[in-house]
Design a protein around this ligand. Structure first.
Ligand SMILES: [Zn+2]
Length: 157
């Protein structure tokens, strides 16, 4: 077996390569309603667990804490929230949504308990802070994805 493998390695030419693999998947009923609301109403929806009151955005079908089915308990969230964490992306890759550098942040919307990951613009990477207040800026053209929110930007006091 070992000898066979060694012979195969010796006789086979191996060409290293990288694959780009575009793919699509169904966002699910809950995920679809979330995206359609962004696209058609420019409203960010979450779901509230009737057991523990936790509000999830992006919405989930079941509560992570108590496994209660929460899919139809929709709540409308505002467009503003706080940055709870962030990173500055410093490399370019054609699969990334922006040219580097750009800020990718976890944003907890005001009535939500879970953060949404999105791009923050209108501020330099060195100026972004945890606790900073930001608001959603919707895209002019729909892509039928989470990118219908184009980015978040700091709210001026
Ligand atoms: Zn719950």
């Amino acid at each position: 077996m070992k000898a066979q493998r060694e012979k195969l390695n010796k006789d086979c030419k191996v060409v290293p390569g990288k694959m780009a693999l575009p793919n699509q998947y169904f966002a699910g009923r809950v995920g679809s309603k979330f995206i359609i609301s962004l696209r058609d109403s420019r409203k960010i929806l979450g779901v509230r667990c009737p057991e523990c009151s936790k509000v999830y955005v992006p919405p989930l079908e079941y509560c992570e804490k108590d496994m209660t089915r929460i899919a139809e308990n929709w709540v409308e969230l505002g467009n503003e929230g706080l940055i709870t964490n962030y990173t500055v992306v410093n490399y370019n890759d054609r699969h990334l949504p922006r040219k580097a550098p750009y800020i990718l942040a976890m944003i907890k919307l005001d009535k939500a308990d879970t953060p949404l990951v999105h791009i923050v613009e209108g501020i330099e990477g060195g100026q972004v802070k945890i606790g900073m207040r930001v608001k959603a800026v919707f895209s002019d053209k729909t892509t039928n994805t989470i990118r219908d929110i184009d980015h978040f930007e700091p709210v001026q006091d």
